[in-house]
Design a protein. Sequence first.
Length: 278
Amino acid sequence: MATYAIGDIQGCYHAFQALLERLNFNQNQDELWLVGDLINRGTGSLEVLRWCYQHQNSIKVVLGNHDLHALVVAAGFVKAKKGDTLTSLLMAEDGRDLLNWLRYQHMAYSNGEYLMVHAGLLPQWTAAQALSYAAEVETALQADDYLNFLAHMYGNQPNRWHDNLTGLDRLRVITNAMTRLRICTSSGEMEFDFKGELQDIPKGYMPWFDVPNRASQTTQVIFGHWSALGLQQRQNVDALDTGCLWGGQLTAMNLDTKEITQVPSNPLDKPHKIKSHF
């Protein structure tokens, strides 16, 4: 039995299947941790989500910004963006069931040794607090009135954590940190425009995982979301988004051995119009 964490798939179904084959994945014995952004931008969003639904007993999933975006588009609150590849999913006979299943996935997940989140954690949060805050958003997503949360999910404010935050502001900060965060100030003020490499981070900001005395630093955090960062294996973080969609690789890490397995991107997964990082 092996447990593998896999970086952002983003609808790259062919690369995903090639990686599973290389891992010799056995659905009856092995487990996959998927770091979010299962869908969108690649050509196989529907196929990826169908595979996940069919193998749900063998996987752990955290939601990424593209996954949440699909839910908001399906609900009709925003229009699809240029470059989205959600049409086949939204039009499929089983599309509603697949998206409903997606709504019931984790925002953060931990087995006690590793904590998985799509983007990052704010510096004030311990691992236990992060899981508790994640559960608040999960409850909102799974509630009968979940559309109210989706209708107010988008927005950059508030851009920092306060313990006294309540309501939709509180849920928005948690969601933004866990699905959009790359860099912040030492006090945890989030910045959402930067998507580049480490040497180009704006003055006054730093990677969320490099904030001094981060409260979650004793927990090994697995995340994706930052394709320009690439593969990082450090004492307390493992970054697994290696930009498969952009011509990079799709990466898996064995949680027991830390061994990395990668496959190259497949041209069949990439729409012709995609040229640069998103």
